[in-house]
Ligand binder design. Structure first.
Ligand code: HEM
Length: 406
């Protein structure tokens, strides 16, 4: 290995020996793994207490009063925000930072940006949750939380946008990267709208809760406009290898993305039926593009995870389609709170959480310092319980909330 001319902080520019470069690279890899573990544990912490615990609490209140309106909108929104931004959003930022080649180079600034981003992001989400649940100084804290989240994301965005095509040795951007960039734009739009809404509420609102009509549209933006494209991007990158799929139909994937984005824009205008039709079209096209339901060309690579995980990935895909179709049904039914709730959880628990549980348990141990999964049986159990819970939730929410069970 040839000597590399480099400037180390506080020292004159000098050439490093091969052994020094190896040593620095090892230390760098360790810091990156530590960083990823921090993001992942933070995400899991948000998922467990502010997310799932509050979700279960809300559900117990709803079932004991037999009324969906018996829990405060603030608590429901605090649960949704913790799950979507606190859990999945934190995972995405962590994996994004871990995957940037720039962080693997010897530039201490890039690593510092990742730590700063974590601090602001975690602070923003914590403040938002406390504001939603306790309403403490909410006129100040609500916009502050949204601003912290936005600044954290801008730091992430400026780090990731340094990822140039030549770094991966290719002439043009790979298609999955384009999909992830679109998802990042969706996240940016979500955080901007969130900040605007929080500033508005702080100046004119009577509580920190988003009004129901606005919240419905905002939920489409944050789920279909940001999370779904992220899952498609990561699926295009990992699933052909893990599941032994035939090469994905890249142009169709970009078409799915375009139709999905159109659906999100239509939803923002308030035309829910047309939006639901476009979102259903997008998810059907993406399934065709990813070739998830077609015969594979190779055996799935299940080593490192439970052998059943390809089945759960396909189940997730099925829940995504169900979520979109329930959206079409809900837009025909007046007062369709239960069908919307079922559609939302088919998407968030059935599609997104199943994908995160499957792909996450497959890749994260290796990323966190080449570890092995603690137990493949527990992986199977977690996916099985998630699938059963999702089925019970989606089916019973329609029956219970739409008044069919009384
Ligand atoms: C144990 C699991 C969960 C339980 C018990 C639960 C419970 C609830 C309840 C009771 C509501 C109120 C509205 C309704 O009943 O439909 C709700 C809304 C919501 N949940 Fe969940 N949930 C769970 C998991 C998740 C997950 C994993 C996500 C996302 C990744 C999520 C995202 C949301 C969102 C976005 C809302 C709507 C918030 C709003 O109206 O602004 N939930 N959940």
């Amino acid at each position: 290995m040839s000597a590399l001319p480099i400037r180390i902080k506080g020292q004159a520019r000098r050439s490093l020996t091969a052994a020094e470069i190896l040593e620095i690279t090892r230390a760098r890899e360790k810091s990156l793994s530590r960083l990823l573990i921090l993001y992942v544990t933070t995400g899991l912490a948000f998922m467990l207490l502010p997310g799932t615990f509050l979700g279960v609490w809300n559900l117990l209140a709803i079932s004991s009063h037999r009324a969906a309106s018996s829990v405060s909108a603030g608590w429901v929104q605090a649960h949704g925000h913790a799950q979507i931004f606190g859990w999945i959003g934190t995972f995405i930022l962590g994996i994004g930072f871990y995957s940037i080649p720039k962080l693997r180079r010897l530039n201490p600034f890039a690593l510092r940006a990742a730590w700063t981003c974590w601090t602001l992001w975690a602070a923003g989400i914590t403040v938002r949750w406390l504001t939603g649940v306790y309403q403490w100084h909410w006129r100040v804290m609500l916009p502050v939380s949204a601003a912290l989240e936005l600044i954290a994301f801008l730091i992430f965005f400026s780090s990731v946008s340094g990822h140039r095509p030549q770094e991966s040795g290719k002439e043009s951007l790979e298609r999955w990267v384009l999909v992830v960039i679109t998802a990042s734009v969706g996240l940016l739009a979500t955080l901007l709208v969130n900040l605007g809404a929080c500033v508005y509420l702080s100046a004119r609102g009577s509580s920190p809760d988003m009004p129901a009509a606005f919240d419905q549209r905002f939920l489409v933006l944050e789920t279909w406009g940001f999370l779904v494209p992220f899952v498609w991007g990561f699926s295009a990158k990992w699933l052909p290898v893990f599941l032994g799929l035939r090469p994905i139909r890249e142009r169709w994937l970009l078409s799915a993305l375009a139709v999905n984005s159109l659906g999100v824009l239509i939803a923002l205008t308030g035309s829910i039926l047309f939006a639901a039709i476009a979102l259903s079209g997008g998810i059907l096209i993406s399934t065709w593009a990813l070739r998830l339901l077609e015969p594979t060309q190779q055996a799935a690579k299940t080593k490192g995870g439970h052998q059943s995980f390809p089945i759960f990935i396909r189940l997730a895909c099925f829940w995504g389609i169900i979520a979109a179709l329930l959206g079409i049904w809900a837009s025909f039914v007046p007062d369709s709170h239960g069908i919307w709730g079922a559609s939302r959880h088919a998407l968030t628990v059935g599609f997104l959480a199943t994908m995160v549980f499957s792909i996450g348990q497959r890749i994260l141990p290796a990323f966190s310092g080449m570890r092995l999964l603690f137990s493949t049986k527990l992986m199977f159990l977690s996916l099985l319980l998630l699938a059963i819970g999702c089925f019970l939730r989606v089916s019973s929410e329609i029956v219970a909330y739409q008044g069919c069970g009384t």
